[in-house]
Design a binder for this molecule. Structure first.
Ligand code: SAM
Length: 268
């Protein structure tokens, strides 16, 4: 693997990045005060970027490295693991197997972990759950494994649907207990879905501005008193979410934080 090491960062060398692309770089990466430009062949570079150094490096299997570094994630009563670590789930924990892939939601992001924790603190037996922005299906599957009667996961990205369905199957979720459809709230919510709304619980890992836009829909899709679990919220954006929940008449609002990320729970 041929890599050109250029001192600086994407910020300090912003004006020079195009020169690297134009010279044939196949990828650019910033690491430890260095820009790493990947090339197939050595080439003569223009003057502004000649202060770097060519290096021949051993090929790295990034995917293998990423997979080797994955660890089980404990979130309340649930432990989220990739398939090859399923034997590492401690006794008494509910195993939730997620194949790391194209869809967001391996459990390694603070927002997913906090949302699974929040679901695991609710009594879900006999209840229906709507998961908006389901990604890998992790939250809907967690709900089903925690005893929910039925969970519906929707996502505007159609690529997530087969991934979420496959994850439900890997977890042995009985047919119909975790259902995945392309869609969102409002007019786009799939019309003939099962379970039918209004739902007993609604969970959404999106972002603050979208929660603000969808807050009325959240209220419309929940039973009175139904728990709402929202995350994907940067702590700096909490006021926007608080205002939206107040506007739509939600009560009992609580916030949990993990670093820069927040999770908000409330009752419809
Ligand atoms: N639920 C998973 C989790 O907690 O890890 C994935 C969350 S990921 C941060 C957000 C997901 O929401 C993405 O899969 C994205 O495609 C989807 N999404 C974005 N906007 C949406 C919208 N308006 N309605 C439904 N899904 C949306």
């Amino acid at each position: 693997m041929l890599v050109y090491h250029l001192p600086g960062t994407f910020d300090t060398r912003e004006a020079h990045l195009d020169l690297l692309w134009e010279a044939g770089a196949t990828g650019l990466e910033e690491r430890a005060g260095l820009i790493r430009a990947y090339f197939d062949d050595r080439t003569v570079l223009p003057a502004p970027v000649q202060d770097g150094e060519w290096r021949q490096e051993a090929d790295q299997d990034w995917l293998a490295e990423f997979k080797a570094n994955l660890r089980p994630v404990t979130a309340g009563r649930v432990t989220i693991v990739p398939p090859w670590l399923s034997a590492e789930v401690p006794a008494g924990q509910v195993p939730l197997i997620i194949e790391p892939g194209m869809a967001f939601g391996t459990g390694h992001h603070a927002t997913t972990r906090m949302a699974v924790e929040a679901l695991s603190s609710l009594e879900l037996h006999g209840r229906t759950v709507l998961d908006v922005g389901t990604g890998s299906g992790v939250l809907a599957i967690a709900a089903a494994l925690l005893g929910a009667d039925a969970a519906l996961g929707v996502d505007i990205d159609p690529l997530t649907v087969p991934i979420a369905r496959e994850n439900a199957e890997i977890n042995g979720v009985p047919h119909g207990r975790a259902v995945f459809e392309e869609g969102t709230l409002g007019s786009d919510l799939p019309e003939h879905h099962t379970p039918d709304g209004p739902f007993d619980v609604l969970v959404a890992n999106l972002y603050a501005e979208l929660h603000d836009l969808l807050a009325g829909e959240y209220a419309a899709h929940l039973i009175p008193g139904g728990p709402l679990v929202l995350t994907g919220i940067l702590t700096s954006k909490l006021p926007l979410v608080h205002a939206a929940l107040e506007r739509e008449g939600f009560t009992d609002v609580h916030v949990r934080q993990d670093g820069e990320w927040a999770l908000v729970t409330a009752l419809a």
